[in-house]
Design a protein around this ligand. Structure first.
Ligand code: HEC
Ligand code: HEC
Length: 237
């Protein structure tokens, strides 16, 4: 674990990111298409995931304050697309970039393997939430915004849509989602879906907080959750 952390710090300091201002929702030329059609090998998925666990934790739960997103339970095609976009510098992630490269983890097969492993991990029963509890005016306003602007893509309960690469957002940490939502609105997350960008263009910072507060509080179905907040990934014994 210590070694992983040191590696992480070293690589972060050494990485220089070339910048490209172009927006690409569906980038061509990477491993996405191939990875989608391969049969995953879960054992190799676990091997690959060991390096990821240095930041996203062995449970894949990320951190409540939102620096590291929860990966557990994410739809496999969504994770493939995000990993491929990060590898191709179509989504900026300087912290993670060196660890996601084919020379560190492998090509399309490694993507298929690690995302299958991640999708099966039980989710965090205690994700980071916004400040407004159910019943408050702010909560209800967020719920309304969600119904009017998000359901058609992310689904009634934020379950996402694997076929269309729409992420599962239920159970994700509030601060992480707020950051991504703002970056999507403001054009900083270049791989964003242009229809989402259009849909949320008029959102004020307050609207953004209210709708993400609501999303962070959508209950995750019990069968997707770990049995308790103290659950530890037994593969890491
Ligand atoms: C050095 C720390 C670090 C390591 C190691 C790391 N990640 Fe990440 N990862 C991050 C950070 C930070 C983010 C969020 C970046 C942002 O805010 O845009 C992220 C985001 C992601 C996302 C996007 C999630 C989403 O909801 O869109 C995926 C998928 C992901 N990581 C998978 C992996 C996998 C698989 C590995 C191992 C091969 C890995 N990460 C290793 C730091 C790391
Ligand atoms: C037209 C479909 C569409 C609509 C409408 C839409 N989204 Fe999205 N959303 C997406 C897609 C697709 C992505 C992933 C983009 C990518 O690949 O980078 C995304 C990404 C996100 C993310 C980042 C998830 C992550 O794991 O990084 C959040 C948070 C989010 N959407 C919230 C919302 C909310 C809240 C609304 C309504 C106010 C909304 N979206 C409306 C399609 C949509």
């Amino acid at each position: 674990m210590k070694k992983t952390l040191l590696l992480i710090i070293a690589a972060t300091l050494l990485t220089v990111m070339p910048l490209s201002a172009q927006q690409h929702w569906m980038n061509e030329g990477g491993d996405r298409e191939n990875a989608m059609h391969l049969t995953p090998d879960l054992e190799n998925g676990l091997d690959v995931f060991e390096v990821c666990s240095g930041c996203h934790l062995p449970e894949g739960w990320g951190t409540k304050e939102g620096t590291f997103p929860q990966l557990a339970g994410q739809l496999a095609p969504v994770s493939i697309k995000q990993l491929d976009d990060i590898r191709q510098l179509n989504r900026d992630n300087p912290t993670m970039y060196p660890f996601a490269l084919p020379r560190s983890i492998g090509g399309a097969q490694a993507l298929a393997d690690v995302v299958a492993y991640i999708e099966k991990l039980p989710m965090n029963p205690d994700n980071g939430k916004g400040e407004w509890v159910a019943g408050t005016i702010e909560y209800r306003r967020g719920e309304q915004l969600y119904h009017d602007n998000c359901i058609q893509c992310h689904g009634e309960t934020g379950e996402g849509d694997a076929e269309k690469f729409y992420p599962l957002i239920q159970g994700q940490h509030y601060n992480y989602m707020l950051r991504q939502f703002e970056w999507i609105r403001d054009g900083k997350r270049r791989n964003a879906n242009p229809d989402m960008v259009k849909q949320i263009a008029g959102f004020s910072d307050k609207d953004m907080q209210l709708v993400i507060n609501y999303v962070s509080r959508i209950p995750v179905p019990k069968e997707k959750l770990a049995p308790s907040v103290d659950w530890l990934n037994p593969d890491f014994d």
